[in-house]
Design a binder for this molecule. Sequence first.
Ligand code: DX5
Ligand code: ZN
Length: 222
Amino acid sequence: MKRAVKIAPSVLAADFLRLGDEIRRVEDAGADLLHWDVMDAHFVPNLSLGLGMLEAVRKATRLYIDVHLMMDNPEKYLKAFADAGADGITIHLEVHPEPAGVLEEIRSLGRDCGLSINPDMPVERLRGKVGAIRRLLLMSVFPGFGGQKFIPESLARLREARSLLDASGREDAELQVDGGVGAANAGEIVAAGADCLVAGTGVFRAADMAEAVRALRGEEAC
Ligand code: DX5
Ligand code: ZN
């Protein structure tokens, strides 16, 4: 099945001093989603984007906002993120090894639910847990920081995740990859089965953002 590749620039790499302009720039460049990384300095060793900023950005864009919760106790904040403007909310299997209840809560808030795993979590652990998710997010770096190098073993993990989704009858669920994704490796990442590429540095720090988005999609320069 040939899928359209979606590009989800990660706001973590934006110039925060000029955030409004950065959001407009990324919209004009043809982004499909905005990826919003939330870090709690506990599940990951860093702090990042929170609720107040999300609310401000929500008012400035019609793009789909894809919130990635790299935090402990995400269940306590689901409504707050939904109210602040999230369209989709992704939690980590490491935090909720039996995620069905939390995923259901996200759905009951009217938002798309997603499940993510870190690079050291066997893909097999997702079996039986992808039944109702809208997206599966495979981390291709250990979460916490932008600008890291893509872990090459992630390609095999993507292939495994794609077969698992297909075998579960979830061909329609988005397979997202996050960390170290850029024009140089996007082709092999898509060939391995990903259909949504999260890219922070690769988009926001590119000399030409529209060109970077096109290159990620595998399109020729114009
Ligand atoms: C990592 C975050 C990523 C990060 C990706 O913890 O989840 O979304 O911003 O950044 P790049 O594309 O710079 O690797
Ligand atoms: Zn992320």
